[in-house]
Design a protein around this ligand. Structure first.
Ligand SMILES: NC(=O)c1ccc[n+]([C@@H]2O[C@H](COP(=O)([O-])OP(=O)(O)OC[C@H]3O[C@@H](n4cnc5c(N)ncnc54)[C@H](OP(=O)(O)O)[C@@H]3O)[C@@H](O)[C@H]2O)c1
Length: 299
C-alpha cells in the first residue's frame, strides 16, 4: 500500500517548498492503526515549521497533528476494528493520504459530526482543555486573539465553567466572539482603554494567543497583581511575568470536546476547506493568521 505525504523540501513559503512524495508503507507496527485520511486540520505550527520559524525537525519534513479517517488495517486493538471511522492526534504527521497512528490516540467519530469538523478537532481541543484546566477556578479571563482555532473553543469551555470572558479580535469577528459567549473587544491602538471601559475590574487571568507586544501590555495593565498571565504562541515576549503554556495531549480531554460538539453544547467553526492537492493555498492562508476557526484539508 502506498501513501502520498505533503513535505517541506526546505524551509520557506508554501509555493517554494511544499511538494508531494509517494512511498510504500512498511508493515503496520503493533499497537497501531492504519488510517485512510478523510480530513486533517492545519494549525499555525504546521506553517511556522514550514517557514523554519520552528525547527522541530530537519528538512525534508512532514506536517500535521490531527486527522479523521477510516481504519483500513489495525494491529492489536479490541476497541476498534477495520472500517471504523475515527479521529484524533496523529503519530508523526497527518497531512498524508494514509497514516499510521497509535491506537491509544483514537476516538470514535460520531456520525453526526462531519469529516472536516472531526479532522480539525484534536490539536486545538486538547490545547484549550489544557489552558482551562491549568488556569483552575478563576472567575474572569481576558483572551487575546480569540477568534481562531484555540480561542473559539477556549471561550466556550471557559463560559461553561462560569468564567466571565472578555476576548479580542478584529472588527469582523466581534459578533462571532459574542455568539461564542465572550464580551468582544477590538484589538489595535487604544486596546487597554477599551478593555477597562467594558470591564473596569481587574481580571483573574489572561491568555495571549497572538504574542504581540500590544497583548502583553494589555495583560500587564488589566490582570490582578496576583493573577495568572499565560501565552501560547511560542513567540518571544517582553515580560517574564507572562508564562508560556504548552498543550498536554489527553485523549479524555479530546473525547470531552467531541461529545460536546456531537451534543450541540459546543460550536465548531470551519473557516475554509481545501482539497489536499491545494495544500499550498491552505498553508499560505493559515500563515496570514486571520482565519475564523479552523482551516482543513479534505482528501
Ligand atoms: N502552546 C501550545 O501548545 C499551542 C497549541 C496550539 C496552538 N499554539 C499557537 O497558538 C496560537 C493560536 O493558535 P490558533 O490555532 O488559535 O491560531 P489561528 O486559528 O491562526 O488564530 C487566528 C486568529 O488570530 C486573530 N489575530 C490575528 N492577529 C491578531 C492580533 N494582532 N491581535 C489579536 N488577534 C489577532 C485573528 O483574528 P482576526 O481575523 O479578527 O484578526 C484570527 O481569528 C498560534 O501561534 C499557534 O501556533 C500553541
Amino acid at each position: 500500500m502506498e501513501t502520498t505525504i505533503l513535505i517541506g523540501k526546505d524551509y520557506g513559503y508554501a509555493d517554494q517548498v511544499l511538494d508531494f512524495y509517494t512511498q510504500t508503507l512498511n508493515p503496520l507496527s503493533a499497537g497501531y492503526a492504519r488510517i485512510k485520511v478523510k480530513a486533517a486540520g492545519i494549525n499555525p505550527i504546521d506553517a511556522r515549521r514550514m517557514t523554519g520559524e520552528f525547527k522541530h525537525s530537519s528538512t525534508p519534513q512532514a506536517f500535521g497533528t490531527e486527522f479523521a479517517g477510516e481504519i483500513v488495517e489495525i494491529n492489536g486493538s479490541t476497541t476498534f476494528q477495520k472500517g471504523d471511522a475515527v479521529l484524533g492526534s496523529g503519530g508523526q504527521f497527518t497531512h498524508a493520504s494514509i497514516i499510521d497512528v497509535p491506537v491509544v490516540n483514537l476516538v470514535a467519530k460520531p456520525q453526526n459530526i462531519s469529516w472536516e469538523v472531526a479532522g480539525s478537532l484534536a490539536g486545538v481541543a486538547q490545547t484549550a482543555m489544557t489552558i482551562i484546566d491549568e488556569l483552575g477556578p478563576i472567575k474572569s479571563l481576558l483572551i487575546h486573539g480569540a477568534s481562531g482555532g484555540v480561542g473559539s473553543i477556549s471561550i466556550q469551555l471557559a463560559v461553561e465553567r462560569g468564567i466571565e470572558v472578555v476576548a479580542t479580535a478584529s472588527a469582523k469577528n466581534q459578533e462571532y466572539l459574542k455568539n461564542l459567549g465572550a464580551t468582544p473587544v477590538e484589538y489595535g491602538p487604544g486596546l487597554i482603554e477599551r478593555i477597562k471601559a467594558i470591564h473596569p475590574a481587574e481580571f483573574d487571568a489572561s491568555v495571549d494567543m497572538v504574542g504581540t507586544e500590544e497583548a502583553t501590555q494589555a495583560s500587564l495593565a488589566t490582570v490582578k497583581a496576583d493573577g495568572q498571565m499565560r501565552a501560547i504562541s511560542g513567540r518571544p515576549l517582553s515580560s517574564n511575568k507572562i508564562q508560556a503554556l504548552w498543550v498536554k495531549r489527553n485523549v479524555n480531554n479530546l473525547q470531552y470536546v467531541v461529545d460536546g460538539i456531537s451534543s450541540d453544547k459546543f460550536q465548531w467553526t470551519i473557516d475554509s476547506v481545501f482539497p489536499f492537492s491545494e495544500a499550498k493555498s491552505a498553508y499560505s492562508q493559515i500563515l496570514e493568521g486571520h482565519n475564523r476557526g479552523k482551516v482543513v484539508l479534505a482528501f
